[in-house]
Design a protein around this ligand. Structure first.
Ligand SMILES: NC(=O)c1ccc[n+]([C@@H]2O[C@H](COP(=O)([O-])OP(=O)(O)OC[C@H]3O[C@@H](n4cnc5c(N)ncnc54)[C@H](O)[C@@H]3O)[C@@H](O)[C@H]2O)c1
Length: 407
């Protein structure tokens, strides 16, 4: 694997790559990974605090294995960061990985990426390659191509979606195949050359195919979780433990070995991308909307079951884990917070704790929550909770404690 881009930084550009949105959960690991391969990388991000944190050698969020590589890249001078969008014009490759959330009514924003590029277009230079890496609403790549062409900006455009899971980026960026899409074989080749610094496994598609490939990837996962959560509810309603059934049916039966356990299917991507696909099909995506009802309904189901067993109005309920998934500090679209809101209405009081989350000052220590709660609910399956020292009732949909999942 080579460690320098041909005809690059040293000749016409100061950097090989600028990552727009590079202080975010996806952009930062990518910038670090490319810099670790010897490329000259500049992060460009509007978040001043995150840029300062990165320049100080710290990560703004947890990402396994990234800290050491970040510091090494800063020391080696292969990575830097800036809030000044003029750096966009100083790199041969401009990778755009800004956030693309849905709004409060679950509508996608197809203008997020074009607007970010429109704002920075005065800095774009002929012969640059613009790589869209955010997960976009179908058709956004073409919109960007047309917008830039209409404005006389002569750059190549590719769409190369990110498919890592948060927390595993520093391993998956080097091991997952990279989907590379562009309008011509030459531009696909050019974008492929960039990502070959990370992986030799390149899969080529047309831009419209690649946009759907990314959305299908996340939606498929979301629907699988919904199937598991619906099976969980079915079994639980009949006093049976879904996890016992799931493990038994998969014994020496590979066709069912991928059936997931139940649990909160949350976070910034899965629901959002399922809703992007729903909007793309004029909201006739029955399976996607059903998956949303099941997954988003799980906190309410848990509370309804608890209300059938207990007088919650006299009880303090403790939630263990507020991040959207185990081992993470990310609370974006976490269903633990939905659970907290529902419990706040039904229970006497709610206490919350999380060993990783640093952005929520209302959290209590694990000891206080264990001590003061009458009843506990696992909200995120952090490994720390596997041996949680309590004899109190714990609602554990993941079966993290191995005491069963029934409520
Ligand atoms: N989080 C994941 O696990 C994951 C995985 C694969 C793909 N994605 C996709 O990657 C994209 C980014 O997601 P994320 O989780 O990293 O979001 P994020 O919010 O963590 O990061 C986005 C970054 O972009 C910056 N930003 C926003 N507008 C900007 C602009 N105009 N110029 C410069 N910087 C700007 C923000 O300050 C932020 O640091 C989304 O499209 C998401 O769907 C996310």
């Amino acid at each position: 694997m080579s460690t320098a881009i041909q005809g690059s930084a040293s000749k016409d550009f100061r950097f090989d790559v600028v990552v727009l949105g590079g202080a975010g959960h996806v952009g930062l690991p990518l910038a670090i990974a490319l810099a670790s391969r010897g490329l000259l990388v500049c992060i460009c991000d509007i978040n001043e605090k995150s840029v300062a944190t990165v320049l100080g050698g710290e990560l703004p969020f947890r990402e396994e294995g990234a800290q050491q590589l970040l510091r090494r890249a800063l020391d080696d001078g292969t990575l830097t960061a800036s809030t000044d969008d003029q750096v966009i014009g100083e790199a041969e490759h401009v990778v755009v990985v800004i956030g693309t959330p849905v709004d409060g009514h679950l509508n996608p924003d197809p203008y997020a990426v074009p607007q970010a590029l429109r704002a920075g277009r005065r800095n774009l230079r002929p012969d640059q390659l613009v790589v869209l890496r955010s997960t976009v609403y179908p058709g956004v790549t073409q919109r960007v191509e047309r917008m830039l062409a209409d404005e006389g900006v002569r750059v190549d455009v590719a769409f190369c979606p990110e498919r890592i899971a948060e927390g595993r980026a520093m391993e998956e960026l080097f091991s997952l195949p990279q989907i590379v899409a562009a309008r011509t074989p030459e531009v696909r080749q050019r974008a492929g050359s960039l990502f070959r610094h990370l992986t030799n496994s390149i899969v080529e598609l047309e831009p419209e195919e690649a946009e759907l490939a990314k959305l299908f990837t996340n939606t498929w996962r979301y629907i699988k979780f919904a199937a598991a959560n619906q099976f969980y509810v079915m079994a639980n309603d009949h006093g049976l433990d879904y996890d016992v059934i799931r493990k038994a049916l998969a014994v020496d039966y590979p066709r069912a070995s991928d059936m997931p356990g139940a649990g909160f299917a949350a976070g910034p991507c899965l629901l959002k991308d399922t809703m992007q696909l729903a909007a793309f099909t004029d909201n006739s995506f029955v399976l996607g909307h059903s998956a949303m009802l099941v997954n988003e309904g799980l906190p309410l189901y848990i509370v309804s079951r608890l209300k059938a067993k207990h007088d919650l109005s006299t009880m303090t309920v403790g939630i263990l884990g507020m991040a959207f998934k185990g081992g993470s500090d990310d609370i974006r679209s976490s269903l633990s917070y939905k659970l907290k809101r529902i419990l706040a209405f039904s229970a006497d009081s709610v206490l919350c704790t999380d060993p990783y989350v640093t952005v929520d000052e209302s959290l209590d220590s694990l000891d206080d929550v264990l001590d003061q709660s009458d009843l506990l609910v696992i909200g995120a399956p952090h490994p720390e909770y596997r041996r949680v020292p309590t004899s109190k009732e714990v609602v554990d949909v993941w079966n993290l404690l191995g005491r069963g999942t029934t409520i």
